[in-house]
Every structure is written in C-alpha cells, then in structure tokens.
Design a protein around this ligand. Structure first.
Ligand code: NAG
Ligand code: NAG
Length: 538
C-alpha cells in the first residue's frame, strides 16, 4: 500500500458538523472579503471611483433610525423630522455622480483628522474622496455592477429568514445554507467513524448528477473499495477506502486518495460519501469555496471496484448522503461521549493569547448544545432513546462552573452564562451562548421526567441572563462578539458583520420560541446597523 510514502494530514473529527462549527466560524469571511477585494481591485484598476460625501452641520445626525425616533427627546429642543427622511431609509446623499466639464474638477489634498493626507477631487462645491481610502477607513463595501452603477454596502453579510416554527422536528436555523465540509480547517471527513444502521430511511434521488455513493459492506479479509471518478477538467482520480487507521493519505502523482476505514473485519460497515469533498480534501485542499460550489468539480463516478472477500449490500449511487451522514454524526456523539456527559475538544484554544486560553480537553457549551440539537433530531426521527439519553447526559456540564471544568460562567457573580469558551476570566461569547440555548430548548421539547426538568431549569436560567445582558453587546452601530472588555479589561471585541448577522439570525429564531419584546426591539435595531443606521447620540 502506498501509505508509507504518502503525506499524512492532520485529522479533525470530520462528520460532526455541529462540533466543527465551534472553531470553524472564523473562516467564513475569508470568502466574502476576498471576493469583495477582487471586485474592488477591478474597480480600482479600470476607473477611479469616488464616493460622494456630504458634510453635515455639526449637531445634525442624518443617519437616523426608528429607535431614535421612538425614543423620547432627551433634550427637548431638537426635532429633526423636517429633514424628511423616511423611517428606515438611508439618507438621500445620492446626487448625480456625473462630473461637470473638466474645468470644474480639481485635485485637492484632504487632510484626514490631522493624521494623514489623501488626494481628493473637488467639483464645484463637492468634495470626492477616493474609494480606496473610504473602503478600509470606514470598513464598508462596494463594487461596480454591469450598468456602471456602484453598489455600496455598509455590511457584507446577509440575514437569513428564521424557520417559521422551531423545534427538533425542523431544520436547524438556516444551516441548510452552510457547507461545513468546504472549510479549510476541516481536513477530511473520516471514513472510520460511520456506523451500521440508519433505520432504513429512504432517500429519493432527485438529480441525475450522482456524485455520492453509499454501501453496506462486511469484509472477512482485508479489503478495499476504490472509486474511479472524473473531474470537470477530464482528469481521472481514484479514491480508495482501505483498512487503515490513517484518516487520509495522498499519492498526488498517481492520482490516488486514501481514506482509512479502520481495522474492521467481520463487521458491517456503512460507508456514505460525498465524493466531491473526498476529492477536495485530498487534492484540492487549497481550492476556494466558491469554486467547490461549481457542480463540475467532481463530474461523475466511472467505476466502483471492491477488493477482498465478504458481503456487500445496498450499493447506491446518489445525489446526496446528508441523512446518512447526519446519523453518522449522531452515532459518533453517542459513542464518544465521556463520563462527564461531555465531548471534550482536544486542541488548545487561544481566545486571547496569554489571557484567555484553554488546554486540550476543554468542553464548550456551544458544542454541548449543538450536540443536543443533533441528538434531539435523531431521537425525533427514530424514537431511539439512546440518542435522548446521550443528550440528557450532556446537560451535566451546564451546572458545573468553568473553574471546575464545566461550561458555566456567572456574570457579576449572579447570571448563569454558558460559555462557548469556558475561559478564566470569562469571555461571555454571545453567539455560542445562544447556540447552547437552542440545544437546551430542543431538549426541553423531547426529554421527559428528570431530564426535561433539568433542561428546562438550565434553559430558563440562561434565557433570563440573555434578556438581562443582551443590551451589553449593542455598540449603537454594531455588536460585540464577547465581553472581554468587561471581564478582562481588554479592548472591546467588535463582531464583524458575519457575526453581527449571526446575532440577528439567532434573535430572529429566538423570537419564534419566545416572543419577549426585547428580542424584537433589539433585532430590529441590529438589522438597521447593517444599513448604516446608528443609535442616536446625545
Ligand atoms: C440495506 O438497506 C436496507 C434498507 O435500508 C436495510 O434494511 C438493510 O439492513 C441494509 N443492509 C445492510 C446489510 O445493512
Ligand atoms: C491486513 O492488513 C493489516 C494492516 O491493515 C496487515 O497488518 C495484515 O498483514 C493484513 N493481512 C493480510 C492477510 O494481508
């Protein structure tokens, strides 16, 4: 076998998408920002593009939002309704961008806060700052479209509509929009952790592009399954599933990728693979996410070859194996839960180097909660109590403080906060906390007896904390990722737009569960920030 000279890659627990999200989130802007950079570069090269700016008289605030109008006038005197700006609309600064005759245009220096100088244009009474200055300075986005219109965006991420009803019988938030497998930090989807039965839930094949396969196979000798596939450029690739404890290995010259199935003779193995990701993790690891979305990357399966002796059943070529992999993940969680009811994370996490660090073996409230969301759904589909019991065992760490290796922090010594990263000092990460609450909520709906009581107690306590503290994350023009500036005296950690929209998506989903006014008010305000609206200043 060619393992000996092949390059071994670091392996992450591939199948468990819920656990992956814990540490993978941070890769998701790479795509959008690089796309945006590319567009802007194009703009910069082809034509100098300028953004029209307008100087406001001191004391007027042209960027208004609903909250500002709903608020009581603090100082009585100021009434800005005469600016005739519609509620929720961006201020009308978009006059024609057509330049007047050349003689009206002159180059001028713009002095930026007395710190630096930028070359600007003056056209009659207007001043134009270069976009290459505006973009990074104000952290904004924009690109030219086909009609030579410049599209300006305050933010670079989207709010997904929430699920109309929420519970373990439905899709988890908008996670059908995410493909965790494509992220760089997912080194491969292991072939050694899938399990036997999926309780026979049939998957209708809706597409003719069959890029997945699944099989039930039992070897009595050493054996392997090899898939010969064709890539979009016509190249051939061979993906081998072999008896080995290595997770992934490559033989780049020969066009071979190997995945270890473990040493499992005389045992039914259920193998369900999305070959596009097997190829990607093998050869095309540096491929950009947007290219993977191209359906031609793995074009088709040419041949399936099995070596060895044994039994084979249910060999299926199909368009997706999502449900199979979902149960593989749920089964992984059951199999790998430890005696504290946790799924320890075996890598060092440095949230703030030297200040907030976690040594391998830490638990995450978000990991625990997402595991509960998976297990509650597996239980809902199968009524198999194995899943429910594992989810209930996962509750224990929520009532153990971070200092004792649990996931609970206490804000100001009072409010329970379930920590995505149970650092000391506490970090109070907002999105991870809300993910943990959704998992707890899922469990309150499916558990019974003492499990249900515990889930409700922990969930209710967390929701009280969330409602009390959520305002602390509001900066008036965006949100904060965590409270490190409060707990550790560090500079505030502003949430980038991806996280800001995650916060909004989470609040919109929570509103389906709990119609407290505070979620509505805050979600509305936070959505406004995406369009540049700000809370009113004094
Ligand atoms: C093949 O699939 C059927 C239907 O899903 C299932 O009942 C059966 O157990 C599978 N065979 C094996 C060997 O797992
Ligand atoms: C089966 O594979 C293992 C390694 O996975 C090897 O040590 C063993 O010698 C092989 N057995 C046979 C009969 O080839």
């Amino acid at each position: 076998m060619r393992f000996s000279r092949a390059l071994n890659l670091v392996m992450m627990v591939g199948l468990v998408s819920c656990l992956l999200t814990i540490c993978l989130w941070s890769t998701c802007t790479v795509k959008s920002s690089s796309l945006n950079d590319a567009r802007v570069e194009m703009v910069k090269r082809d034509e100098p593009s300028f953004v029209h700016t307008e100087y406001h008289n001191r004391g007027t605030n042209s960027l208004r939002n609903t909250e500002a109008e709903e608020e009581e006038e603090e100082e009585g005197g100021e009434d800005e309704t005469d600016t005739a700006e519609e509620d929720g609309e961006a201020p009308a600064i978009g006059k024609s961008l057509k330049f007047s005759p050349q003689s009206d245009v002159s180059d001028i220096d713009c002095n930026i806060n007395g710190e630096t100088t930028v070359q600007c244009k003056k056209v009659k009474d207007e001043v134009y700052l270069p976009w290459s200055f505006v973009k990074p300075y104000f952290e904004v986005f924009g690109e030219m479209d086909k009609d030579d219109t410049f599209n300006f965006h305050h933010a670079n991420s989207l709010v997904h509509p929430p699920q109309p009803t929420y519970g373990p019988g439905s899709m988890f938030m908008a996670f059908d929009h995410y493909t965790v497998e494509t992220r760089d930090r997912v080194k491969c989807v292991t072939a050694s952790e899938d399990s036997l039965q999926t309780k026979g839930i049939a998957l209708p094949v809706t597409e003719k592009t069959l890029k997945c396969f699944k099989v039930d196979i039992k070897f009595s000798t050493n054996g392997s399954i090899s898939i010969l596939g064709e890539l979009s450029n016509g190249e051939k690739v061979k993906i081998h599933f072999v008896f080995s404890r290595e997770h992934i290995a490559l033989d780049l010259k020969g066009g071979n990728i190997y995945y270890g199935m473990g040493e499992r003779r005389n045992e039914w193995i259920h193998l369900a693979r999305q070959l596009i990701f097997d190829v990607m993790k093998g050869f095309l690891q540096k491929i950009k996410m947007e290219r993977v979305k191209d359906p031609l990357w793995f074009k088709r399966i040419l041949e399936v070859r099995v070596h060895g002796h044994g039994w084979l059943d249910n060999l299926t070529l199909t368009s997706d194996v999502h449900l199979d992999q979902f149960f593989d993940s749920a089964n992984w969680l059951v199999k790998h839960q430890d005696d504290r009811g946790g799924w320890p994370i075996m890598v060092t996490r440095r949230l703030v180097t030297g200040v907030m660090e976690l040594a391998p073996g830490w638990y995450s409230a978000m990991g625990q909660g997402q595991a509960m969301s998976v297990l509650a759904r597996a239980y809902t589909l199968t009524k198999d109590r194995t899943y429910l019991d594992a989810a209930v065992r996962g509750l224990k760490l929520f009532e153990v403080d971070s200092a004792q290796g649990g996931v609970r922090a206490r804000f100001m010594g009072k409010l329970d906060w379930y920590e995505e990263y149970p650092t000391i000092p506490s970090s109070f990460v907002l999105n991870g906390f809300i993910f943990s609450l959704l998992g707890l909520y899922d469990l309150t709906l499916v558990a019974d007896g003492q499990g249900k009581e515990a889930a409700e107690r922990i969930y209710n306590s967390g929701m009280t904390s969330l409602k009390t503290n959520i305002g602390m994350y509001d900066t008036g023009q965006g949100t904060l990722y965590d409270l490190r500036h409060v707990s550790a005296g560090l500079p505030p950690n502003r949430a980038r737009w991806d996280y800001h929209t995650t916060h909004i998506n989470q609040l919109l989903q929570l509103m389906v569960i709990d119609d407290s006014e505070i979620f509505k008010t805050i979600a509305h305000r936070w959505i406004g920030y995406l369009k540049g609206h700000r809370s009113r200043h004094n």
